[in-house]
Every structure is written in C-alpha cells, then in structure tokens.
Design a protein around this ligand. Structure first.
Ligand code: ZN
Length: 329
C-alpha cells in the first residue's frame, strides 16, 4: 500500500493544528527566559542562524549540520505547554482520532515489522524478552509488535490520559518521564528500548540518551526514529517546511551527527539511516514554496515513476527527513 502524506496528516485537520500551535506559541513562549545553547550533537558553539519561525530561531551547526533551536526557552515553559494547551489537546483528541486507522495501517504496522527485522538481522543468540517503548503514546506500536514477536511490552508514558489508554489495552505502563525511571522498575531480561518521533522534541537530547544508556544492560538494544535535518524536504523548503514546527521540534540531527553523539556516550551504533518515503510527496505538494530553480523544474518535469525512483535513491543515501537508528550498549 502506497502511503501519501494526506493519509497520516490530512491537510485541513493538520492546518487547524498548526493554527492552534501558532497561537499557543505566543501564549506559552513569548515571555519566558531563553538560553543560548551549543550544538546538541557536537557541542560546537558556532551555530549560524538558519530559519526564524514564529518566536523560535533555528540555528545550523557548520561542522555537523545539525539544526537546533537556540536560544532555547527554559524547560519549565515546555512542561506547562505540554501539560495543558489547546493545540496539545487537539492533537491528542481530534487529530489522532481522524488519523488513527490510517496511522495504524500505514505507520505502526510497517514500523513494528521493521523493528522486528532489525532485531532479527542482528541475529544474537540471546532473544529479546522485553520491548520498552519510551513515550508510547496510544500504545499502537506495542499492540502491533506483540502480534508479530514473542515479547512482553512496557510502555513509559508520562501523560495521565495516554497512560490510561495504554492500560485499558492491557499494556504494562510506567507513568513517568524516562528521566525519572529507576532501573529496578524494569524487569530482568534482555530488552530492546524503542522511541518513535520523540527525540526531535527533547529539551536536552544528550541527557535523554545518557538516561536510556544507564537503564540498559550490556547487549540491550535501542532503536529510535526522529527527523533528520539533512532531509531533502527540510533543506529545500526551509522556513516553509511543516517539519519545522516550534515549539514541538527542537532538534534535527542527521545520520552522521547522531552517530557522533551516541558513540561519545558509549553506544555501539549499528546503523543510522533514513528509510523515509514521504519526501517527494511533501515536496511535490509544496513545490510552489521551493526557491531552488533546478528542484522546481524537477517536480514539473519528472513523472510519478521518476519521483518514486528518486525517493528510493534519497532514502538509500541517508537524505530523507525520516531517520532510524539502531544501536546497543
Ligand atoms: Zn554540531
């Protein structure tokens, strides 16, 4: 089944979400303390202004190409925003309901299959006993992975509302932020930690990766997905890219810069690549916003089949905006 952006982000509903978000950005972030931060991947201090979007300035690190929000509002402002804001409520209720079936079929089922493939491909003798899903949300991935793998699932989910939904699905839930979880709360047995579309939201990505590392035993796996700042749609659309959505998306690492940070912490990185499939679809829909003449022409000139070939090529080269990382302790 071919996925289009419309299936998982229906334009009208998504635009309403973006409208609410823009209003919330003013409410929750216009009058808060902001702190200048170094590149969250390599620690470089020379970030160059890249794009300004509403109240947020995205910088780009000239040495590792990571894109990141700096100055960054203090963490308390994000906690208030995520706990109780109109756009967060809209996402959790209206937006999610409208897209739930499509998301299960087109995102979560393939993701569960892909995670199983990655685990199987590593072919260690010791099987995985537990999947620990950090920020598990509605638990759809966890329902799907249980169908195709012989594992128990633990969801780490700080939202009261979402934790309740997961428990009602029969999933084991630790109702906390990952940073608050104690190692003894996790069962003994080999684990694969996973987190999807969470990393780009994190106020302090390095702290998060260290916490996960400390909760892992040697040989445990960590598989996660996030947005890559080297993604072609993000690069070509710049400020017009809907992926650049403050206050949600603060960090856009790329396959090289995420590897750098993971290895610094002590992770063994097996792969950091971009299996994304939506870039051409996103660009084609937004071609009027592309400034580059060459790429504008590409979208007028190429057939649908050509664009599919180009998408495969871009994914294989690590230049899609959807990135997946497989690593271990
Ligand atoms: Zn950097």
């Amino acid at each position: 089944m071919k996925i289009t952006e419309e299936d998982i982000r229906p334009e009208k509903v998504f635009d309403e979400y973006l409208r609410l978000t823009a209003a919330d950005t003013i409410t929750y972030f216009s009058d808060v303390e902001k702190i200048e931060i170094p590149c969250p991947a390599c620690g470089g201090n020379e970030g160059k202004d890249w794009v300004k979007k509403s109240l947020f300035l995205y910088k780009k690190c000239p040495s590792c190409h990571t894109i990141y929000v700096s100055p960054r509002p203090v963490v308390e402002s994000f906690n208030t925003y995520y706990t109780d804001s109109p756009s967060t409520k809209f996402w959790a209720s209206t937006f999610y309901k409208v897209t739930e079936i499509a998301r299960r079929e087109k995102l979560w089922k393939p993701k569960a299959k892909l995670v199983k493939e990655k685990i199987t491909a590593l072919g260690t003798e010791n099987p995985i006993n537990y999947i620990v899903d950090i920020g598990g949300g509605y638990g759809v991935f966890d329902e799907e992975i249980k169908i195709i793998m012989d594992v128990d699932v633990i969801v780490i989910e700080p939202s009261v509302h979402l934790a309740e939904i997961c428990r009602n699905k029969g999933l084991t839930v630790i109702e906390k932020f990952m940073e608050e979880v104690d190692k003894f709360e996790l069962p003994i047995g080999r684990k694969c930690f996973v987190s999807f579309e969470l990393f780009e939201h994190l106020h302090n990505p390095e702290k998060f990766l260290i916490t996960v590392f400390e909760n892992m035993e040697v040989d445990d796996l960590f598989i996660f997905t996030t947005l890559s700042g080297m993604g072609i749609d993000i690069q070509l659309l710049g400020s017009q890219s809907k992926a650049l959505s403050p206050p949600h998306h603060l960090n856009f690492f790329n396959p090289k810069s995420i590897t750098l940070l993971l290895e610094k912490i002590g992770y063994k990185v097996f792969e950091a690549n971009t299996p994304g499939k939506l870039d051409m679809d996103i660009l084609n829909k937004n071609k009027s916003a592309i400034n580059d003449i060459y790429w504008k022409n590409v979208f007028d000139y190429f057939s649908k089949n050509d664009l599919d070939n180009l998408q495969n090529c871009i994914s294989n080269l690590g230049l899609s905006s959807h990135m997946m990382i497989v690593c271990a302790k």
